[in-house]
Design a protein around this ligand. Structure first.
Ligand code: UT7
Length: 317
């Protein structure tokens, strides 16, 4: 059994950090960031942890479809920047919502929202669940090396959520994992026992930008094409593609390779930067709330990032 998305929600901190603000912290400038990444500003938390943002996004998604916490049978959350490893962000959000259902967290970095949807589809098939809440929440600003201009300018904080109801809207999905830590790595901040002899990396995002860039463009194009071919569709049949908002240039390269019209590719990176697992549900929420989606529209969500993992799914709205 599959599902329909019946509600969406998002939350971003109120603190806006512009490229000019960053130029006061690291050697960078508005022109470079705008041209190379396409970001003008991002939200950086001053008071919210990842679970606070996840809770706000979840509440907005529940309100959006007139659901209450007690209507939810399962909460699935994703993060790479939660304030606690345990309780998981899913458990924290469950508690803040006053829900009593099971809750668990999934880590697939920037691709996680699609892994959440696939896991939800599996749970709908396995159990007699009627509604599942999925949330991506990130305080990425807490895992950035703010002296590394190659990473600190591209990320932002935020959360996005969706309420899924048993139904027939999740049509197909594609997944790839090329495991390894040589391109993107976020080490945990672990203590050192008196017996441990290995060096540990600093607990920030380490990323080989160009390798990630190339991987991202290829993955995005291949995953979208696989979904189209497997389902006998062309780009004409697709209302929107919502890509992970990592870099405007990645999205533009992929769009041109896929021969897509600009208006079908959803881009909001200029306002929020790369919010990892939250980027797709935030873009989806904006699209839905702006009245751009009609029931029956086919949309593709596609993501790529740490793992390395990439994923895409075809949804009928
Ligand atoms: O969400 C997870 C997945 N992540 C991604 O998909 C990110 C993929 N990668 C990227 O988006 C890009 O590779 C970056 C935005 C991270 C970097 O852009 P780039 O065009 O690949 O730049 P680069 O690393 O090749 O650096 C080009 C130049 C270098 O200077 P030199 O050596 O040519 O003199 C850098 O030092 O740009 C310099 N540079 C900067 N200059 C001003 C790097 N970062 C900055 C900066 N401001 N913030």
């Amino acid at each position: 059994m599959s599902f329909k998305i019946i509600g969406t929600g998002m939350y971003v901190p109120s603190n806006v950090v512009t490229n000019d603000d960053l130029a006061k912290i690291v050697e960078t400038n508005d022109e470079w960031i705008t041209k190379r990444v396409g970001i003008k500003e991002r939200r950086i938390s001053e008071t919210e942890f990842a679970s606070d943002m996840g809770y706000e996004a979840a509440k907005a998604a529940l309100d959006n479809c007139g659901c209450k916490a007690e209507d939810i049978d399962l909460i699935l959350a994703a993060t790479v920047s939660g304030e606690t490893v345990s309780p998981s962000m899913a458990c924290m959000i469950q508690n803040k919502l006053g829900a009593t259902c099971p809750a668990l967290e999934i880590n697939a970095a920037c691709s996680a929202f699609i892994f959440l949807l696939e896991t939800a589809a599996a749970y709908f098939a396995l159990r007699n669940y009627k509604k599942i809440l999925v949330v991506g929440c990130e305080r990425i600003s807490g895992i950035l090396d703010w002296s590394d201009r190659g990473t600190c300018v591209i990320f932002g904080d935020g959360a996005g959520a969706a309420v899924l109801e048993k139904g027939c809207g999740y049509l197909d999905a594609v997944y790839n994992v090329k495991g390894g830590d040589d391109v993107i790595k976020i080490p945990h901040s672990l203590g050192c026992s008196p017996f441990f002899k290995r060096e540990q990396d600093s607990p920030y995002i380490h990323m080989q930008g160009q390798e990630t860039f190339q991987y991202a463009v290829t993955a995005l194009c291949e995953d979208v094409n696989t979904l189209l071919e497997r389902n006998g569709l062309t780009m004409e049949d697709i209302a929107y593609v919502i890509p992970h908002q990592a870099n405007k240039r990645i999205v533009d390269f992929a769009r041109k390779r896929l021969r897509m019209p600009e208006e079908k590719m959803v881009v909001n990176i200029e306002k929020y930067g790369n919010t990892s697992s939250a980027s797709i549900p935030i873009a989806l929420d904006e699209l839905a709330r702006n009245g751009k989606l009609n029931r029956g529209d086919k949309i593709i969500l596609c993501a790529f990032g740490g793992g390395l993992a990439d994923a895409a799914c075809l949804i009928e709205w």
